[in-house]
Design a protein around this ligand. Structure first.
Ligand SMILES: NC(=O)c1ccc[n+]([C@@H]2O[C@H](COP(=O)([O-])OP(=O)(O)OC[C@H]3O[C@@H](n4cnc5c(N)ncnc54)[C@H](OP(=O)(O)O)[C@@H]3O)[C@@H](O)[C@H]2O)c1
Length: 342
């Protein structure tokens, strides 16, 4: 069936970007290896329980959060979004399985994001599974709210060990998209991404299913995730690829080559774990200059680093959301960028 029982991968990327920036070994369910493009690289094993999920509801604006001031990118050359988006994986239960403790709090986060001008929301059918998509479908109206929803198919969850096995069988993907359409309450998904190549299924066979969904009008734009440049090129032979979603942040720039490819072909690059999954640190010196946090500097750096960059910081907290959106107002000097990068 091509279903592989692949437990979590936990990578320790350690201190890797010189003097100022360190991103610690992380306990995140979808953590890919240094080569996120090849899930067969490295060891996969269960991860321990994650941090306690909290939902805060202060709809009191923080001193810095006003609105999303990032500039825009046209996905597939036509779907215009503010480049600073939101990742909705964290709006679920422990280990990204089941509903969150406070569903209303999770919906508050989505509403606040919309109200701040975040019009690009990333999710996947495997987040919950189904929970993140359901909450989005119950909270946001893609048309009235003018929000672009990007979701993904190709992974499933096993709650016995918390693993995220991949399945790129065309029949499975068809079943997956039908569920996503229903939960999101739409007839067309703005951006549908193949979550991760399935080593047991020919990559182009999986991508051909996405091409079919596009032909059938179920999908407006197709994206891929966790890919190498070679895989991206293979996919582009089959269907137009509007975006790539790979792990990328100031502490993990292994996908720089993929990013450059995207820049050269007007493909949106969606860095997952843009905040190092919440463990970004070491940017204090520059952060102090701006009366900001390291997270905000990490996001500001991403936005300035490339015009095709579409960061999707994830949070379950309105307070953190507001801080993250405020990062779109920060402008880093050349000297600061040099300090951060070296
Ligand atoms: N394609 C893939 O394979 C893949 C894999 C993983 C993730 N993703 C996507 O990428 C999105 C982002 O990734 P991610 O959520 O793993 O990592 P992330 O955005 O780098 O970090 C999220 C973590 O940072 C914390 N956080 C957020 N804002 C903060 C702030 N201002 N101050 C302090 N802590 C803060 C959050 O905790 P709180 O909840 O407490 O704020 C959460 O634990 C996901 O939502 C998902 O859509 C895709």
């Amino acid at each position: 069936m091509g279903l592989r029982d692949v437990p979590y991968y936990e990578a320790s990327i350690g201190a890797k970007v010189g003097r100022t920036v360190r991103v610690h070994g992380l306990r995140r369910p979808e953590r890919a290896s240094g080569r996120a493009s090849n899930p067969e690289d490295g060891e996969w094993r269960p991860i321990p329980p994650g941090p306690e999920r909290r939902f805060r509801r202060p709809i009191v604006a923080s001193p810095v959060a006003t609105e999303n001031r990032s500039d825009t990118f046209d996905i597939g050359g036509e779907l215009t979004v503010n480049r600073l988006g939101f990742g909705a994986m964290r709006l679920t239960g422990e280990e990204i399985i089941g509903p969150p403790e406070d569903e209303e709090g999770a919906k508050d986060v989505l509403e606040r994001a919309r109200d701040l001008g975040v019009d690009f929301v990333d999710t996947a059918d495997s987040y919950g599974p189904a929970v993140s998509e359901r909450l989005i479908g119950e909270t946001l109206d893609p048309v009235e709210d003018d929000v672009v929803i990007a979701t993904k198919g190709g992974l499933w969850r096993d709650d016995r060990d918390g693993s995220w096995p991949s399945c790129g069988q065309p029949g499975y993907l068809r079943n997956a998209i039908l569920g996503s359409l229903d939960r999101l309450g739409t007839e067309t998904i703005d951006l549908y991404q193949f979550h991760r190549p399935d080593p047991d299924v020919e990559y182009t066979d999986s991508i051909a299913a996405f091409a079919e969904f596009k032909d059938e009008g179920k999908v407006e734009h197709v994206g891929v995730s966790n890919v190498s440049v070679d895989q991206l090129e293979e996919a582009r032979e089959v269907v137009e690829i509007a975006t790539v979603q790979n792990q990328y942040n100031i502490g993990d720039r292994d996908s720089e080559e993929v990013l450059e490819y995207c820049e050269n072909h007007d493909i949106g690059f969606i860095p997952w774990a843009p905040l190092g999954s919440g463990e970004l640190e070491g940017l204090e010196e520059v952060a102090e200059n701006h009366d900001a946090s390291s997270y905000q500097i990490g996001l500001a750096w991403l936005l300035q680093h490339s015009p095709v960059m579409l960061p999707i910081p994830g949070t379950s907290s309105v307070e953190h959301l507001e801080e993250n959106v405020a990062a779109s107002e920060i402008s880093l000097s050349d000297e600061e960028i040099e300090t951060i990068e070296n």
